[in-house]
Design a protein around this ligand. Structure first.
Ligand SMILES: [Zn+2]
Length: 240
């Protein structure tokens, strides 16, 4: 005889019945499971393999809409059955080591480029944020060069008053932006545009042109080693 009433009523009755007879029902279920383990397992696996995509999608959807119910339940279950779960997981890992490694590698190669790009993008944004904070602090909110008044944020730099910024960086280690923010904006810095910074450095004779390879020197050194130069130094041939 079909049960009359709404779905909610039916579910409520079911739940009540289950709660009342939990132990007996659980026992029954376990007994049935143990007796038909192989068939049931096989059937489950078959069903899963056949409907994998659909079921996974359903699970994902459910997870999104159940206010963390599924995740919390999983967490609680893990907390309460930690030892058992860990033993089971370890066993699974040992048996399926090759399969898991393969899956992990596949996932790594699929995602690592994307995640790398994401990380780089994130770092870039983070650095830019720090830089803006620093500029704002040391220019007292004016965001401009202290000497000429340049306001283009892209050419503004952090200048170590009195020079020695490079040495300081070397001593402390790390990125100057992060050092300044983490040390809560120490004294002794100002905001200059790149032009003014260069001019200041030259004025104080701190500016050294970057090391370039001295061509004449290199040629004479190689000659001494026995190299012979032909066709306007375009080819280098070793004698012996
Ligand atoms: Zn300037």
């Amino acid at each position: 005889m079909p049960y009359a009433g709404t779905r909610e009523e039916r579910l409520r009755k079911q739940r009540e019945y289950w709660n009342k007879n939990k132990d007996v029902l659980n026992q029954k279920q376990r007994k049935y499971w143990n007796k038909n383990k192989d068939i049931l397992n096989r059937k489950q696996r078959e069903y899963w393999n056949k409907n994998k995509d659909k079921l996974n999608k359903q699970r994902r959807e459910k997870r999104k809409t159940d206010n963390g119910y599924t995740i919390n339940r999983q967490r609680t279950y893990y907390r309460e059955n930690k030892d058992r779960v860990n033993v089971r997981r370890k066993g699974y890992r040992e048996i399926n080591r090759d399969k898991i490694n393969k899956q992990l590698m596949a996932r790594y190669y699929k995602d690592h480029k994307k995640s790398l790009e994401y990380k780089q993008e994130y770092t870039k944004k983070w650095r830019e944020k720090l830089r803006l904070q620093i500029i704002e602090h040391y220019s007292e909110g004016k965001n401009r060069c202290e000497l000429c008044g340049e306001t283009d944020i892209d050419v503004l730099t952090i200048d170590h008053i009195g020079g020695g910024g490079h040495q300081h960086r070397k001593k402390v280690g790390g990125h100057i932006d992060w050092i300044l923010v983490s040390q809560n904006f120490p004294e002794g810095y100002r905001i200059l545009c790149m032009n003014c910074q260069m001019i200041e450095k030259k004025r104080k004779n701190q500016y050294k042109p970057p090391n370039r390879i001295n061509f004449t020197q290199t040629v004479s050194m190689l000659s001494q080693l026995g190299y012979v130069f032909k066709e306007n130094l375009r080819f280098i041939i070793k004698l012996r």
